[in-house]
Design a protein around this ligand. Structure first.
Ligand SMILES: *Cc1c(COP(=O)(O)O)cnc(C)c1O
Length: 358
């Protein structure tokens, strides 16, 4: 059975600017009937509508940038691509695959100051379970890489990393309206559904994701032109494991992958502290990389390059973002709860008393 999200919190309350715009176009019923958003698709190619849609996104990004400045003193620009991964910190959700991409870009920029890419802000929101040491090591690695990257004058602010403390619903409500890109990169077969993916798409963020959980259905709804899919499928993951997965095959045959893991194993990011990220690095190597980060690394980079190219084409990006908002009505919790009521709980609907209407 599918899961869903409430459009009242995840659009109406958290994104007043976009809510007003869609109300103007499709009427005021959409918070109770999210399929009404389909009508927004008609305006996906309309230059005036694109501008209003993206101006709202920009204002939301500016508001989040103001929060980040206040929160941590880090300056981020709303002109950059806001690349967002917000969810519990877990190996299967693969925040550490995202980190491999960041390290790859940082390394490319240091080797070639003219390396072409749109500026990006990598935004993380996550907590780790108290006893989950490896998850904490991943959080520390992202923060330590962030300290370096955010203060490195050689890369001209092309990459920033923000990881605010105490991620929670109220913080998600600030991040989601500001997101350009939604990272849904779990190992295929591991995520039952996910709901963060739905919240972000509803607010006009494009998904980069594996064919896992509800990403599959989001792809069906928004269309393959409006999502960035990569990585091994459930069947391919099974086949790799069947054959006997050896992460060293990938590490030894991809020089760039080897270089970034070796970099993290050096004391570059935590000076004077040898082995600061040994738990993380050994999980990828001697530990057998149980969630197949290394097997998906090359295709993830390919998809990220496609994202970068699309973001450079403002009209194309606006159209894709609008199509995401227009086509995720299916993920309203109103629909999923009524399906549970009908098929699982076998309940009959009752007519609401007059005190309960509105
Ligand atoms: C929606 C939500 C989640 C679930 O996110 P997934 O990406 O589906 O794992 C977790 N935490 C918060 C605060 C949320 O709002």
């Amino acid at each position: 059975m599918p899961r869903g999200i409430t459009p009242r919190r995840w659009l109406l309350a958290c994104n007043p600017g976009l809510s007003e715009l869609v109300t103007e176009k499709v009427g005021e019923d959409w918070p109770k009937d999210l399929d009404k958003l389909q009508a927004v698709a008609k305006f996906a190619d309309d230059a005036k509508f694109q501008k209003r849609f993206m101006d709202i996104k920009y204002a939301n990004k500016q508001a989040f940038a103001d929060f980040v400045l206040e929160d941590s003193g880090t300056v981020i620009s709303p002109d950059a691509l806001f690349d967002v991964q917000i969810k519990r910190l877990h190996e299967y959700k693969r925040q550490h695959l995202n980190l491999l991409h960041i390290l790859t870009l940082y390394r490319r920029l240091l080797n070639d100051p003219d390396y072409e890419m749109n500026p990006r802000v990598f935004i993380f929101g996550a907590k780790a379970a108290p006893g989950y040491a490896l998850a904490k090591n991943i959080i520390r690695a992202i923060n330590k890489v962030g300290d370096k990257v955010n203060n490195d004058p050689r890369i001209n602010g092309k990459i920033k990393i923000v990881f605010p403390q105490n991620y929670r619903i109220t913080m998600a409500e600030k991040m989601i309206p500001a997101a350009d890109l939604s990272e849904q990169i779990s190992t295929a077969g591991k995520e039952a559904s996910g709901t963060g993916n739905m919240k972000l798409a509803l607010n006009g963020a494009l998904t980069i994701g594996t064919l896992d959980g509800a990403n599959v259905e989001i792809g069906e709804e928004v269309g393959e032109d409006n999502i960035f899919i990569f990585g091994n499928t459930v069947e391919q993951v099974d086949a790799i494991r069947e054959k006997g997965y050896n992460p060293y095959d990938y590490y030894n045959s991809n020089w760039e992958l080897k270089a970034v893991i070796d970099w993290l194993q050096s004391d570059y990011f935590a000076p004077g502290e040898k082995d600061a990220f040994a738990p993380l690095c050994s999980s990828w190597l001697e530990g057998g990389d149980p969630f197949l980060c290394l097997a998906d690394y090359a295709d993830y980079l390919r998809a990220q390059e496609a994202v970068d190219k699309a973001f450079g084409d403002k009209k194309r990006w606006a159209k894709m973002a609008i199509m995401n908002t227009a086509r995720v009505g299916k993920f309203s919790s109103d629909r999923t709860i009524s399906e549970y009521a009908k098929h699982i709980w076998k309940l009959k609907p009752v007519k609401l008393g007059r005190y309960m209407q509105e």
